[in-house]
Write a protein that binds this ligand. Structure first.
Ligand SMILES: *Cc1c(COP(=O)(O)O)cnc(C)c1O
Length: 399
């Protein structure tokens, strides 16, 4: 059987890893060296783009741990190549500048990760890129947003923090009819849940900091796609941009990825139980979870997501008061930001703060956001603990 035919869990374990050719070590070693001795009498500094053949010379241009990680990530998402970065934001910023230039127009999810939302609205326009934020769950709004200079559609699905979904296949078709590239931030889903490239997206981006590492102890980001599309991204974004992933973080994330398929199944099962518990709790006014029949896009979730993932959102009548109770009383959950850890995390996201700092939605878009979030939502990243303990912890804190 060739490696190309390996199934998903086999690739999660084996892709990118082979025994050390000198020592025979079966597990990857961490290689912190900044320089790699060459015996070829090299005299130049070309940056090799190929993951398979590049020799190493200077660590900003390539490192064995980062290379192993990139091969595994490309394999899991079914892309030809992958370029890893020191954070999800670094990957996103490098990706924007790789595909866009002054005078270009970007159509992007109006609701997405706050760092990306702010960068799109505050920084890209300063350098001459026009940005139109759109609710990509409405295909008519998407169709109306294109201009002659539109070069990219950027979708985040499920979208942070309201778990609104984008139909990747439908959006890819609409974008491609107009010769426009579709990039998907699939951080909330991971390749164990959705394979955007298979659904027609051209490029997929992830924060590695979340589920892909899965243990809350390393930051990273990645961009995955075809060699032709990503040609030059490593040189410009990593070697010149300097946004490298450290060998130690790459080693941790590589190790985390081995259990991604079984973790995502367990996160999803736990989240389903927590979502059902919250939906039946009298102090909770609304639960948003793609796995629940009450999610407005539940049918799309069933088509596009192999598991509903571990992220959910819920409302209580007085969010800020509940947030103060949670921060004091929760014992299993950590009241904090971020997501995708083995531990359960919860954080309140106020609609008015998000609107004034990050989203700046027009009145119609704000009404659409509020139809999911009301005055604010608790964003919950359901971890790998026993779900009965998670529900009991929420019950005692809500009491
Ligand atoms: C966290 C996150 C990012 C940014 O990643 P960092 O690793 O924190 O820089 C981008 N997109 C989504 C959807 C995220 O959740």
């Amino acid at each position: 059987m060739s490696k190309k035919e390996w199934r998903f869990r086999t690739r999660a374990v084996h892709a990118g890893e082979q025994p050390d050719s000198v020592t025979g070590a079966a597990a990857p070693s961490i290689v912190p060296s900044t320089s790699f001795v060459t015996h070829e009498g090299d005299t130049g500094f070309t940056i090799e783009e190929s993951l398979e053949t590049a020799p190493f010379l200077y660590a900003r241009e390539g490192n064995p741990n980062v290379r192993q990680l990139e091969v595994k990530l490309a394999s899991l998402d079914g892309g030809e190549t992958a370029v890893a970065f020191g954070s999800g934001m670094a990957a996103g910023v490098a990706m924007f500048w790789h595909f866009l230039k002054p005078g270009d127009h970007l159509v992007a999810s109006d609701v997405c990760y706050v760092g990306v939302a702010e960068y799109m609205r505050k920084t890209l326009p300063r350098f001459g890129v026009e940005v139109t934020p759109v609710d990509l769950s409405d295909l008519d709004l998407l169709r109306a947003a294109f201009r002659p200079n539109t070069k990219m559609v950027f979708a985040e699905t499920p979208a942070n923090p309201i778990l609104r979904l984008t139909d990747i296949r439908a959006v890819a078709e609409i974008a491609h009819e107009r010769g426009v590239r579709l990039v998907v931030d699939s951080t909330f889903a991971t390749p164990a849940v959705t394979l955007p490239l298979q659904l027609g997206a051209d490029v997929v981006a992830h924060s590695l900091t979340k589920y892909l590492n899965g243990h809350g102890d390393a930051m990273g980001g990645v961009v995955i796609g075809s060699r032709a599309d990503l040609k030059g991204l490593r040189e410009e974004g990593v070697a010149h941009g300097g946004a490298i992933l450290s060998p130690f973080s790459a080693w941790l994330i590589l190790r985390g990825l081995v259990t991604l398929p079984i973790r995502m199944r367990a996160h999803s099962e736990n989240a389903m139980q927590v979502a059902r518990f919250l939906e039946s709790h009298p102090a909770v006014s609304r639960v948003i979870y793609p796995g629940l029949a009450s999610h407005p896009q539940h049918e799309l979730a069933r088509r596009q997501m192999q598991h509903p993932s571990g992220m959910l959102a819920f409302q209580t009548p007085d969010g800020p008061a509940t947030a103060r109770k949670f921060a004091k009383k929760l014992e299993v959950f950590h009241y904090t930001v971020s997501l995708g850890h083995h531990k359960s995390l919860i954080f309140y996201i106020s609609t008015s703060e998000l609107q004034s700092h990050s989203f700046q939605l027009d009145p119609q878009a704000l009404a659409r956001y509020r139809s999911f979030a009301g005055d604010g939502v608790f964003r919950v990243s359901v971890g790998l603990e026993d779900p009965e303990d998670l529900c009991a912890d929420l019950a005692q804190a809500l009491a």
